[in-house]
Design a protein around this ligand. Structure first.
Ligand SMILES: NC(=O)c1ccc[n+]([C@@H]2O[C@H](COP(=O)([O-])OP(=O)(O)OC[C@H]3O[C@@H](n4cnc5c(N)ncnc54)[C@H](O)[C@@H]3O)[C@@H](O)[C@H]2O)c1
Ligand SMILES: O=P(O)(O)OC[C@H](O)CO
Length: 423
């Protein structure tokens, strides 16, 4: 338990996102804010992308609550009434101090800790919508497993969210299938948090805002090495001294549970890349499982996949990534193993081969609104590699994308990964 002394102010926590993992993480942090009233405000805001939902026949609430089972209701209303995310994390009780909120601006207001947890394709637009509503000294953690890619560049979501919002953002990733975590089955995770040091001798007001006097003193330009090793200047606002310091110990206190063991590290690039790239490898593992090639074939895919993940980190994030993260942390090899065993990417890829259906059709049929991240990440990473003529150096990542596109066959995977020059 953290003993951080007594502080006048407490951290307010918001989870931006309420899907399968968003709801499970909200459960964890709400348990911890309730357990540590010296550090945190008890209530946790959870921003919900509002939709109408009808309790399905067969669900336990269908029999007991006729008011809600006969027609559609707003998902926020259902979550706050039943203390359960009936659509995205059904049959798991959520603590009553989680407040489902359909207003993004309202839910992030006054929060000192923002946890970003939603499918990666939506985050950029949401940052624009919340920019003016957040505290300048908020800090963030991205639980998003993906990378932001264009043909010109690749960046970590922690960094791109941080740049858009003008705050520091770390990352959380690990071998964490949400349903298992929510049922409080033991697992580990990795939190990466490494904010640039603030120099209290050099305060600089933040442009474009009208800061209050206390903020004026705390905002400054600080030198920072980004995940590509480039030194840039960032404007950061220090948190007020009467808030508990947001350091590794506090991060541990916020996320650690008896069933959810947290290791806090500084390698944001390694933790983020592990979470993003393993989703592509899990698709490939699902493809060979769909052909019933057995565990040895899957192990071969995972071995090659892990090597390509490490190589990708070395090649494009050489100055920041700690390659041992891929083999030593939950966010690396452990996540790869669990994702290639029971993850959604693995399961849907396997079903697509078995049923001779596209993976998008399987996703729609099986996931009830949850979203695969591997398919879009495979496309984005392929585009990035191809623009650099590097696709042959990552034969597994490349062939997985070509299989998704119908341009290669699963049966050819052994040859494709053995002879990279085929690309
Ligand atoms: N589910 C898991 O087991 C798991 C575990 C660890 C990490 N992750 C990662 O966590 C992240 C979030 O995944 P998840 O499982 O919570 O999501 P999910 O797959 O359950 O996605 C559904 C969510 O997307 C939201 N959504 C739909 N349309 C939207 C829109 N237009 N704008 C904003 N939101 C919209 C829905 O409201 C819902 O909350 C992903 O990066 C994923 O890879 C997932
Ligand atoms: O279900 P997936 O494939 O999105 O994977 C879930 C988690 O990332 C596993 O750690």
């Amino acid at each position: 338990m953290a003993t951080l002394g007594s502080h006048e102010q407490k951290h307010k926590v918001t989870v931006v996102g309420s899907g399968n993992w968003g709801s499970a993480i909200a459960k964890i942090v709400a348990e911890n804010t309730a357990a540590h009233p010296d550090l945190f405000q008890k209530d946790v805001q959870m921003w919900v992308f509002e939709e109408e939902y009808q309790i399905p026949k067969g669900s336990k609430h269908y029999e007991t609550s006729s008011k809600f089972s006969t027609e559609k209701h707003k998902l926020t209303r259902l979550i706050n009434h039943f203390h359960e995310n009936v659509k995205y994390l059904p049959d798991v009780s959520l603590p009553s101090n989680i407040i489902a909120n359909p207003s993004l601006q309202e839910s992030v207001k006054d929060s000192t800790i923002l946890i970003f947890n939603l499918p990666h394709q939506f985050i950029s637009g949401l940052c624009d919508q919340m920019k003016e509503s957040i505290l300048p000294y908020a800090r963030g953690i991205s639980c998003i497993k993906g990378v932001e890619v264009s043909e010109e560049d690749i960046s970590l979501f922690s960094e791109s969210i941080g740049e858009k919002l003008g705050i520091y953002v770390g990352a959380l990733s690990g071998a964490n299938i949400a349903n298992e975590v929510a049922q409080e089955k033991f697992c580990e995770t990795t939190v990466a948090y490494d904010p640039p040091p603030m120099d209290s001798r050099n305060p600089t007001p933040k442009e474009g805002r009208t800061p209050q006097a206390s903020q004026l003193d705390l905002t400054q330009i600080t030198e920072h090495k980004d995940s590509k090793g480039l030194t840039s200047t960032v404007r950061l606002t220090a948190q007020p001294a009467d808030l508990p310091p947001l350091d590794h110990e506090l991060m541990h206190t916020l996320f650690h549970r008896p069933y959810f063991h947290v290791h806090v590290v500084s390698d944001v690039a390694g933790v983020s890349l592990g979470g993003a790239l393993k989703n592509i490898v899990a698709l490939a593992a699902g493809f060979v499982a769909g052909l019933e090639w057995g565990d040895n074939a899957k192990a071969a895919i995972m071995r090659v996949g892990l090597l390509e993940m490490r190589k990708f980190g070395k090649m494009f994030f050489e100055n920041s990534v700690r390659t041992a993260t891929f083999t030593e942390e939950s966010a690396g090899v452990a996540d790869l193993i669990t994702s290639c065993s029971g993850g959604r990417n693995f399961r849907c890829a396997k079903m697509s081969v078995q049923r001779h259906m596209s993976i998008a059709e399987v996703e729609k049929e099986e996931l009830n609104g949850q979203m695969l991240q591997g398919t879009s990440t495979a496309k984005e990473v392929y585009g990035f590699l191809k623009a650099r003529g590097k696709e042959g150096e990552f034969p597994l990542l490349t062939s997985t994308y070509l299989i998704l596109q119908g341009e290669a066959k699963v049966e050819d995977l052994p040859d494709l990964i053995a002879k990279p020059n085929l690309f």
